[in-house]
Design a protein around this ligand. Sequence first.
Ligand SMILES: *Cc1c(COP(=O)(O)O)cnc(C)c1O
Length: 370
Amino acid sequence: MIPLMNVKEQFASIQSEILKAMKEVTESGSYILGPKVDELEKNIAQKLGVSSAVAVGNGTDALILTLEAYGIGKGDEVITSPFTFFASGEAISRVGAIPVFADVNPDTYTLCPDKIKAKLTKRTKAIIPVHLFGQCADMLAINELANKHNLLVIEDACQAFGAKQGGKPAGSLGDAGCFSFFPTKNLGTLGDGGIITTSDPLLAEKLRSLRVHGSNKKYFHQEIGYNSRLDELHAAVLLICLKNIDNWNLKRTKIAEIYDLMLKTIPSIKAPHAAQNNHHVYHLYCIQSNKRDLIAKLLQQNAIQSGIYYPCCLHLQQAYTHLGHQKGDFPVAERLSETLLAIPLHPFMLKEDHLKIVNVFLNNKEVFSC
Ligand SMILES: *Cc1c(COP(=O)(O)O)cnc(C)c1O
């Protein structure tokens, strides 16, 4: 079976370095929020051109702690996309605020600025644009709207390490950027991890307190916090991955380019659309077709894995029944949940596997087009 993604190969390619780093950490006596985490935070902040990065336990916590640090909670509304991983909405609910969804752009699948306008109320405090599948949301328009209405912009950049807009990196485009180091993300570790990037020193300071039980002096607690920290072992692994991320992302874009060319010859299947000014890093390569299920079956028959991201929009999730949404509320997002299919793309994809997938598509054009 040709896998959709293959993190095993990725970590195998740097295994000797990882083992060396693990030995070093084992012998260091420092295991949580130590020198490796410091180094990772500095390197990421520098790479993204922001003043601070604060490492936490995972990407969901990155969102939760940022919302909490900005004092967003009960009675507040936060606008986000209904077409994303559940955590984007869950974080808003977790701090007691209300997730307000606005539909997405039918080409980029990211939060649509015009749809946000209709959702603004006196209680709106922030916008969480999601840089879905490795491409930035329309930050120019979203920031403009946020400035006009005095709102915070928190980027959910969990799928977009290395993505850029107008030459500026994801995570440096809003008030804060939240990343996940879940193993399958573009920049991932051998477990859970996350980081918040920001050029707001007060936010960074608050986050550093919140992640360790609301404390900035050991055993003295000025607020109720969380336990959400990054381990030295994960930071050590991530420092190695960080050296490779540009190359890995480049490999992703090269594979995507060939898929794009292939799909130009199959008009009934829509390729991912990278908006002008956007550098897409293809966390996932999702094709769009009315024959999604048929394509998945055909790929399966040819021992090619595919995946559905996401089969259920946030507003239709059981957990959000209380918000009172119904089918039809966000037609663009809903259609995407019925027509998108991710096909294999990862930096360690074999040339022969890539070629096989391309040929399965090219040899079955008539199946897709009726
Ligand atoms: C993965 C992901 C998250 C959550 O990250 P975790 O590290 O799994 O908590 C949040 N938002 C998006 C868009 C994601 O893809």
